[in-house]
Design a protein around this ligand. Structure first.
Ligand SMILES: *[C@@H]1O[C@H](CO)[C@@H](O)[C@H](O)[C@H]1NC(C)=O
Ligand SMILES: *[C@@H]1O[C@H](CO)[C@@H](O)[C@H](O)[C@H]1NC(C)=O
Length: 180
């Protein structure tokens, strides 16, 4: 179910392809916000939305009793991770491992690409996009529940069972339409 499989953000490492290769880890403190901006909080990367909300005491333990059901809104919202880092204009590769799942990634306001599979690595060459000084990296996640439902609607040629888990599991539908 999506309620227990959380949005995990990445651990990107940034390095130049120069002879003496530099690596810059972008692990650490990022900022996290929801769609309408009502929540804006610090978040660890690697980490997930639920753990960030828990750490800031917006939610209790999502595994306790029926909290997973009360916190279903988290998986229905879209969440954006943002960080800033200092670099300089040069050839570089931005590497993402474990982006979970559907996200649009942008650097300094330019979209680098999209992700839709948390089981693979995504690399983006950012040759001209790095700036001397401060750079802004953003990973904007789309609700996995919304995405899976959209994919299901788009796939009309034949059924891919099961549509939904048994009611007693209180899970989300169409999990077979997302690589999460
Ligand atoms: C903003 O989003 C939160 C979380 O989904 C929701 O509870 C709240 O009602 C929303 N606020 C507005 C003004 O839409
Ligand atoms: C999340 O993003 C999708 C696509 O842009 C949008 O349709 C949906 O309304 C957004 N969800 C919320 C809670 O704002």
């Amino acid at each position: 179910s999506f309620t227990h499989t959380l949005m995990v953000a990445i651990l990107p490492a940034l390095f130049s392809a120069e002879e003496q290769r530099l690596e810059l880890s972008l692990n650490g403190k990022w900022r996290l916000s929801n769609s309408n901006g009502s929540l804006l909080l610090p978040a660890e990367v690697p980490g997930c939305v639920h753990s960030a909300l828990r750490r800031q005491q917006y939610i209790q333990d999502p595994y306790f009793r029926f909290n997973d059901v009360s916190y279903r809104w988290i998986a229905l919202d879209n969440w954006t991770y943002t960080t800033t880092f200092t670099a300089f204009k040069q050839k570089a590769l931005l590497i993402f491992d474990g982006v979970d799942t559907v996200a649009s990634i942008s650097l300094n306001g330019i979209v680098l690409g999209k992700t839709d599979n948390m089981f693979r690595r995504y690399d983006f060459s950012v040759r001209d996009l790095l700036k001397d000084g401060e750079n802004v990296l953003e990973v904007a996640f789309l609700s996995p529940v919304l995405y899976a439902a959209e994919r299901r609607r788009a796939h009309s040629s034949y059924a891919v069972p099961p549509e939904c888990p048994p009611d007693v599991q209180k899970g989300e539908c169409h999990v077979n339409f997302i690589r999460k």
